[in-house]
Design a protein around this ligand. Structure first.
Ligand SMILES: N[C@H](CCC[C@H](N)C(=O)O)C(=O)O
Length: 276
């Protein structure tokens, strides 16, 4: 089967996006792993499959698959690229787009100049929502990865995140975190791990080791998780600029009961086709 696709990225977190509205398309795990391979396939962090909605109140459904083939609940950078994709392909002419995801309904607002604001929904700090095996607490959670003790804030943004505050971002943390996310018994569905350096109450630096992928140039849900964890711990103000390796995201959260708003760019790199 000849598959047409669009290669896109949000701050270097890269995607293959497929229109499954015009024609149904299904992928199995092996196909996704092959397509994601940067030597044997196209190469991407996530595959985004755009489908018609199942709920008539929604404009679309979009499904998100990590490069290892696992289907996930939410993808912040992917949501912005999705919005650009459906407008470029004239699948809609709306600038406020309501989308079904595995995490639930989200709303995208396409701004003049190409930026997109995503209502990412409300976060949860209940470990059961990740899941993470621990008693709910306001404290930082201690967790051992190998012989290293990390103090982290577990946050669900629809997908699971562990936010670790560090004084200085280096290469060391990310390299050693694999044991924390790939096989830690306290994260039965694994976890995305963010290392956050607080520069000021409205500015952080962040590196994210993503579940099912590895370290990415940027992680939208990771930036949201880091900012809301920092606000909850009293380190950050309601509006924060997150500096990721691939660029900046603007995150806003007014506290419990309110949604997280994330604003950032979305880029198209090329269109292609491949035989599946
Ligand atoms: N790796 C994540 C999904 C993609 C998140 C990231 N690409 C983003 O922009 O939010 C997970 O397994 O939950």
């Amino acid at each position: 089967m000849l598959l047409k696709f669009t290669k896109m990225h949000g701050l270097g977190n890269d995607f293959v996006v497929v229109d499954a509205v015009s024609r149904k398309v299904f992928f199995n795990k092996q196909q996704i792993e092959k397509l994601s391979d940067r030597n044997w396939g196209i190469g991407f962090d996530q595959l985004l499959v755009v489908e018609p909605p199942t709920n008539p109140d929604m404009d679309f459904r979009y499904r998100i698959y990590n490069s290892d083939g696992s289907e996930v609940e939410h993808c912040g950078n992917g949501a912005r690229c999705f919005a650009k994709f459906v407008l470029d392909r004239e699948l809609t002419n709306k600038r406020i787009i309501n989308v079904e995801t595995k995490r639930g309904a989200i709303q995208l607002r396409v701004l003049d100049g190409g930026l997109v604001t995503v209502d990412m929904g409300e976060p949860s700090f209940d470990p059961n929502d990740l899941p993470f095996t621990a008693e709910p607490s306001d404290a930082l959670y201690s967790i051992m990865a190998g012989d290293v003790e990390y103090f982290m804030t577990p946050v669900s943004v629809g997908n699971p995140h562990a936010v670790i505050k560090v004084d200085q971002l280096t290469d060391d943390e990310v390299a050693t975190v694999e044991t924390l996310i790939e096989c830690h018994e306290r994260f039965p569905r694994k976890v995305n791990v963010g290392f956050m350096q607080v520069i000021s109450p409205d500015e952080i630096k962040l590196r994210v080791y993503e579940r099912g992928v590895g370290e990415t140039q940027a992680c939208g849900t990771g930036a949201c998780a880091a900012v809301v964890a920092g606000i909850k711990q009293g380190w950050l103000s309601p509006k924060v600029t997150a500096h990721l390796r691939g660029g900046d995201l603007h995150i806003e959260w007014q506290g419990e009961g309110s949604p997280i708003l994330m604003t950032g760019p979305a880029e198209k790199v090329f269109e292609g086709q491949i035989y599946l």
